[in-house]
Design a binder for this molecule. Structure first.
Ligand code: HEM
Length: 178
């Protein structure tokens, strides 16, 4: 998993739970990188699991809720770090329909080691999209948080429905509300 994900998670923890608890969580997670990440480095996804697990123990917040919250926080940072990815877009539905054909393709060019999911569009209108999310990482709560963060970024209200499928996929439906 890319370092940019780790550096943003650490930034969120510092803001939300303070420096002291962040240090403790990183210490207890006992990762090979010892809590020091560079945004262009590449680290084992298990390290993020270890960090979020320790954060959950200390805050009492369930792991999927923490991952969802992180996704929400992350959208704005990814969008600001890659302005071309959101340029000309006015809705999170447009972002979702271009993830596979554009946004994540550019990410892969920038970071060849990135381990990206696929989001195949099954159905789409201006106010609705149905996608098939496939990833060996099964990060549905991260996807949900990113979608919610994207909706907030564009000042939209959306409903998000996620239905796990057999294998390593889920159906994700996003509906824009008036
Ligand atoms: C609503 C919009 C988005 C959704 C739902 C989404 C979804 C995801 C998910 C679920 C992952 C985790 C990997 C996995 O599931 O296997 C991921 C990784 C990533 N995404 Fe997106 N994404 C969105 C927008 C963006 C944008 C705007 C950018 C920036 C250009 C971006 C860049 C990345 C990067 C850098 C990674 C890390 C890859 C790695 O760790 O190796 N994403 N995305």
């Amino acid at each position: 998993m890319l370092g940019v994900i780790f550096t943003n998670l650490i930034e969120m923890m510092e803001k939300e739970v303070g420096l002291e608890l962040t240090e403790r969580v990183l210490d207890e997670a006992n990762t090979s990188s010892n809590g020091s990440y560079t945004s262009v480095g590449y680290y084992e996804p298990a390290e993020i699991v270890a960090i979020v697990t320790r954060l959950s123990v200390h805050t009492g917040v369930p792991i999927p809720d923490l991952v969802r919250k992180f996704g929400h926080y992350l959208f704005k940072l990814l969008a600001e770090g890659h302005p071309h990815a959101v340029a000309g877009k006015t809705s999170v539905i447009q972002i979702l329909s271009t993830l596979d054909s554009h946004i994540h393709v550019e990410v892969k060019k920038l970071y060849p080691e990135a381990d990206l999911p696929t989001f195949e569009t099954i159905e789409e209108t201006d106010s609705y999209i149905k996608l098939l999310y496939t990833s060996t990482n099964r990060l549905e709560p991260l996807a949900e948080g990113l979608i919610a963060g994207g909706a907030e970024y564009f000042g939209e209200q959306v409903s998000i429905h996620i239905e796990p499928e057999p294998g390593s996929s889920s159906i994700i439906e996003v509906k824009k509300l008036d």
